[in-house]
Design a protein around this ligand. Structure first.
Ligand SMILES: Cc1cc2nc3c(=O)[nH]c(=O)nc-3n(C[C@H](O)[C@H](O)[C@H](O)COP(=O)(O)OP(=O)(O)OC[C@H]3O[C@@H](n4cnc5c(N)ncnc54)[C@H](O)[C@@H]3O)c2cc1C
Length: 314
């Protein structure tokens, strides 16, 4: 199916990124899956080529490319030529936007530049052993101690949890109101902050999904994002684009699965002919192709809507 979403510039970017994946990621992906983690240097390699936080302002070292399609292209290419467990998208497009959208100018200046270069890796910590979908049930709390906040509790299933240098951590800030939470930037090396296991998973094996523990961690006021009681509101604001990122990734995986299946049925022979020559196989393949194409048109439309919403495509 011919798509109409991308310009020649996007296609050039796709080509460059694909070359990068073939050279730097593909040959190493199996080792990373075995190790359960992607080496930190990979973030720096991405940063050096401008692939992280593409949207960041030039003043912070970014390219100022807010266009969602660049991230979409990276997600699509990752599914075929990259390693889906290399969670640079979480870093660039899911966590860093919290700092951009909620943080103030001083926070932008102190946190964003090293995220652009990949020297600092980002994670977001909401989930707890007893609080997943029901975020209001979280137990991690932060107490205002005047010139700092004191954070205590634990988190689990945190993507990039071992590699992360800056962790946007959600904690309750009002014992009287379970819906009041704040977002606190916990930094590598802060006293009282420790990491637990890198959890074994069924998939995304190269992605370090970890437990985190906080014991009376002193969080400077400079590391509080926005209003310390409005965290729910901030988290909800990011949801629409996070769902779009998810959808692009899942559909890219479906495209890849289709290609692998097509190759298989063409190569594999049974009863004297290629499996692709059986009528039932053809029906099934055609049905899958049509469903994936319909989903692709819909997702591309959602990307356009997202860009219009952010006013960088009219
Ligand atoms: C690979 C991976 C990476 C992740 N990365 C992160 C991350 O970076 N940061 C982060 O904060 N979190 C992360 N998570 C956690 C993820 O966000 C949670 O898994 C998700 O929020 C669901 O929470 P939960 O797993 O505790 O299950 P829940 O959805 O809380 O469910 C717990 C149990 O209750 C049942 N249940 C839930 N709701 C209902 C209902 N309405 N009706 C009936 N039964 C119900 C479920 O079936 C289940 O048995 C990650 C998870 C995975 C697997």
């Amino acid at each position: 199916m011919k798509r109409t979403l991308f310009t020649d510039e996007h296609e050039m970017f796709r080509d460059q990124y694909r070359k990068f994946l073939k050279k730097e990621v593909q040959p190493n992906a199996a080792a990373w899956r075995e190790a359960g983690i992607v080496p930190r240097e990979m973030f720096e390699k991405m940063g050096a080529l401008g692939y992280l936080l593409t949207w960041a302002d030039e003043i912070h070292g970014g390219l100022g490319l807010e266009d969602f399609r660049y991230q979409q292209i990276m997600l699509e290419e990752d599914a075929t030529y990259g390693e889906p467990g290399f969670y640079h998208t979480l870093h660039s497009r899911l966590v860093a936007p919290y700092i951009k959208n909620i943080g103030n100018a001083e926070q932008h200046a102190s946190f964003l530049p090293k995220c652009v270069t990949g020297e600092h890796i980002l994670a977001v910590a909401m989930t707890e052993p007893d609080a997943g979908s029901d975020l209001a049930g979280m137990k991690t709390r932060a107490v205002d101690k005047g010139d700092y906040w004191e954070l205590s509790g634990s988190k689990t299933y945190i993507s990039n949890g071992i590699n992360a240098d800056l962790i946007v951590t959600a904690a309750k800030t009002n014992p009287e109101n379970p819906r009041q939470i704040g977002l606190f930037i916990v930094e590598r090396g802060m006293e009282g902050f420790e990491r637990g296991r890198n959890l074994k998973k069924l998939g995304l094996k190269a992605q370090d999904t970890a437990e985190l523990f906080f014991s009376n961690v002193k969080i400077p006021k400079h590391n509080v994002l926005g209003d310390a009681h409005k965290g729910f509101h901030y988290l909800m604001q990011g949801l629409a684009e996070e769902r779009l990122l998810g959808s692009v990734g899942y559909l890219s995986a479906a495209q890849r699965a289709f290609e692998l299946t097509k190759n298989y049925v063409q190569e594999r022979r049974a009863f004297g002919k290629s499996v692709s020559e059986f009528q039932n196989t053809r029906f099934k393949m055609a049905e899958m192709r049509a469903e994936i194409d319909v989903a692709q048109v819909y997702i591309d439309h959602c990307v356009v809507c997202d860009m219009r919403l952010h006013k960088y495509m009219l």
